[in-house]
Design a protein around this ligand. Structure first.
Ligand code: RP5
Length: 164
């Protein structure tokens, strides 16, 4: 199976990013984690992105706050799919990072999740890897079914309580 890469702009992003690790563990997806910044370590970030496909990665998740150029700068240096997590790490509550990550100019796409949306970023990464992995796709389908059943059970409980 291809690996997922999780890159964060600073170790201060770790509390947000850790939610992605839990998803990869749950689905048995191999992943590698690094701190590379578009601003503070631009050379290391670029080299990582340029070599990622040859090193067995199938998708890159990139988390950054403030003027969050990390996902875009990684995407500029690879044709692997890049998923951006805008991190809420400033006085602007993450809106700065959201706009910096989502407003990519045409030609270099970044799939952007919600502010601090690490769980969805990892799930999307798993879905991307599952396109060429039937067993992984089956795990995703099972999880969706379980989530549906959980909500229907809650509906039955609430309906029984209030719909007299
Ligand atoms: C961004 O700046 C990082 O991704 C982080 O969210 C933010 C602040 O970084 P630190 O000053 O906490 O290292 O590049």
């Amino acid at each position: 199976m291809k690996k997922a890469a999780v890159i964060m702009g600073s170790d201060s992003d770790l509390p947000v990013v850790e939610k992605a690790f839990a998803v990869f563990e749950e689905y048995g997806v191999p992943y590698e984690v690094h701190v590379y910044s578009a601003h503070r370590t631009p050379v290391e970030a670029r080299i990582f992105a340029q070599e990622a496909a040859d090193k067995g990665f199938g998708v890159i998740v990139a988390a950054a706050g403030k003027a969050a150029h990390l996902a875009g700068s990684l995407a500029a240096n690879t044709v692997l799919p890049v998923i951006g997590i805008p991190v809420k790490s400033s006085t602007l509550d993450g809106l700065d990072a959201l706009l910096s990550t989502v407003q990519m100019p045409s030609g270099i796409p970044v799939a952007t999740v919600a502010i601090d949306g690490a769980q969805n970023a990892a799930l999307l990464a798993v879905e991307i890897l599952a396109v060429s992995d039937a067993a992984l796709a089956e795990k995703l389908m099972n999880a969706r079914r379980a989530a549906t059943e959980k909500v229907l059970k809650k509906d039955a409980e609430i309906a029984a309580k209030y719909n007299k």
